[in-house]
Design a protein around this ligand. Structure first.
Ligand SMILES: Nc1nc2c(ncn2[C@@H]2O[C@@H]3COP(=O)(O)O[C@H]4[C@@H](O)[C@H](n5cnc6c(=O)[nH]c(N)nc65)O[C@@H]4COP(=O)(O)O[C@H]3[C@H]2O)c(=O)[nH]1
Length: 498
């Protein structure tokens, strides 16, 4: 009888273990993806900088380095090195040459890596560094912090493959220190998971403190549990394990989230800079995690694109945005709602049908819908131009998103029938500074006015930025945390201006 009870307990332990394991494997995959994104950016800059035609550390060279820094998502500084000394960084010459010191590790491609170093000797700015070809790249060590926070009481380490197995089998936190992103936790760990990415010297190890009831049982109870529960537990593990494994992959989780309406949308206001009147709202998709955090759209939109889930996701967002906003749009005829459309969706035949369908269903005029396309995603400009032309002819408005963050801006500007350009936040960040964004802003604004295009500045965070941008670009619009963070429909401000 007692063996039966213990067997049931064992079964529940196995279920719990499998569930938690599945959750941690998912989190590990997200951390790995972010780490690969950082490594890709570093690798690409380590190749690009040596090919620059500029004299190292000359004013033109520093300008080119600054431009690369501004265009990066994760890189905070780039420097030129010689014999382990930093000669200059994009901000200027480093006085007396900064010494890099011994590297924490060297990758299989020969790149030296430092996990934590002070930027320009200032320990208040701790960064990670990678050096090869007489170039050093500094990145934020906190690039994946949001994902690490969502691990709860588990810990993660980003380590090279040769260490991953050792870490995965380690049992105590002492052995987990010294790797990137590992908090020091004085507890025992179990359920180690490790995932690596081919082509990168990167593995993620996730471990959880031991806390299950099993560890608290007496020796006699454990023996009884092992004998009586092992068989049933094993059988259950077989069934449950197969079931959970089939649901474990990111693809299935995203599909499930879409199917079960677990994706949500937030809205962020766009304002006229002159008088701060709200002119529209951008729709931003969110994938909430059970702990209250959410997976960034920068992670799950590319995943949806690769796995064929994008049409369902795009339709879901269109449906939700029009349903949420139809009331506000009919009350305020001056407002629009914008929706991000990935190039893959833009090129699909269904998009126009879906848009028309939901506009009719919710009684929303097509001219009140803005479709934001991102020029960062290069593609066949002719095909994209045709698709944009069709949507515009059907009455929808088109904004070109993140202008300046990509590489094909001019080709797009010359050919696409667009209404408005959204300037990447690098321009808002650079206003009033000597950064390259600020230097080229006048020329870009002149070009926009020649082409009769309206301008939205993205990423405005301070009053100084808003005032300065409003002064140099009268009539421009702005978007950013200063005017409002992205929030669910119920939390939108009711006032027509901010
Ligand atoms: N640092 C800073 N950031 C600010 C500020 N104001 C807004 N942001 C963030 O900047 C991003 C603006 O959206 P985006 O450029 O279209 O960039 C979007 C968009 O390209 C894509 N995305 C979001 N939702 C969808 C969707 O439903 N479909 C598609 N295809 N893409 C989407 O994911 C990107 C990232 O979205 P989010 O993480 O929500 O990030 C949003 C927003 O939260 C600010 O003042 N400072």
């Amino acid at each position: 009888m007692s063996i039966g009870v213990i067997a049931v307990i064992a079964t529940f332990e196995v279920i719990h273990w499998q569930r938690r394991h599945s959750e941690l494997a998912f989190q590990a995959e997200l951390i790995l993806r972010r780490s690969v994104a950082v490594a890709t950016e570093v690798r690409s800059s380590l190749r690009t900088v040596p090919r620059l035609k500029t004299e190292p550390c000359s004013p033109e060279d520093l300008k080119a380095l600054r431009l690369l820094v501004e265009r990066s998502a994760f890189i905070v500084e780039i420097g030129r090195t010689k014999d382990n000394r930093i000669l200059c960084d994009s901000d200027g010459i480093v006085p007396n040459g900064g010494i890099l010191g011994p590297a924490d590790r060297i990758t299989s491609r020969g790149t030296k890596v430092w996990l934590r170093v002070p930027l320009r000797g200032d320990w208040r700015l701790v960064v990670s560094a990678a050096e090869a070809n007489d170039v050093v790249i500094f990145t934020r060590p906190t690039a994946a912090d949001d994902l690490f926070r969502s691990l709860g009481d588990a810990v993660a380490a980003v380590v090279p493959p040769r260490l991953a197995t050792a870490y995965a089998s380690s049992k105590h936190s002492d052995q987990l220190t010294g790797a990137a992103y590992t908090p020091v936790v004085d507890r025992w760990f179990e359920q180690n998971i490790h995932q690596c990415r081919d082509g990168f010297d990167l593995c993620v190890v996730v471990s959880e403190p031991a806390q299950m009831g099993f560890s608290r049982l007496s020796l006699g109870e454990k023996l009884a549990l092992l004998c009586g529960g092992a068989l049933l537990g094993r059988i259950a593990q077989g069934f449950i394990g197969t079931w959970l494994t089939s649901r474990r992959t990111l693809y299935r989780r995203l599909k499930r989230a879409i199917d079960r309406n677990q994706i949500t949308v937030h809205y962020q206001p766009l304002v006229r800079l002159d008088d701060r009147v709200v002119v529209g709202f951008e729709t931003l998709a969110r994938w909430p995690l059970p702990n209250g955090d959410h997976v960034s759209p920068d992670v799950f939109i590319p995943l949806a694109e690769r796995t064929g889930l994008l049409p369902a996701l795009t339709e879901f967002v269109i449906d939700r945005a029009l349903c949420d906003m139809s009331g506000l749009l009919s009350e305020r005829p001056d407002l629009y709602v914008s929706i991000n459309i990935a190039v893959q969706s833009l090129l699909s035949e269904e998009l126009l049908t879906v848009l028309k369908l939901y506009c009719d269903a919710y009684g929303v005029e097509r001219s009140r819908i803005v479709l934001e396309i991102t020029e960062r995603e290069t593609g066949d400009v002719k095909l994209i131009g045709d698709a944009v032309g069709r949507l515009r002819a059907a009455g929808f408005r088109i904004f070109l998103d993140d202008f300046g963050a990509g590489y094909s801006s001019l080709a797009y500007l010359a050919t696409l029938p667009i209404d408005t350009i959204k300037l990447d936040k690098l321009f808002s960040n650079s206003v009033g500074t000597s950064l390259v964004g600020s230097l080229v802003l006048d020329e870009i604004l002149h070009m926009m006015s020649t082409l009769n295009l309206s301008v939205v500045f993205e990423g405005i965070e301070t009053e100084e930025q808003a005032t300065a941008l409003g002064a140099i670009a009268p009539g421009a619009m702005g978007q950013g945390w200063l005017f409002g963070r992205p929030v669910p429909i119920g939390d939108l401000p009711t006032s027509p201006s901010v």
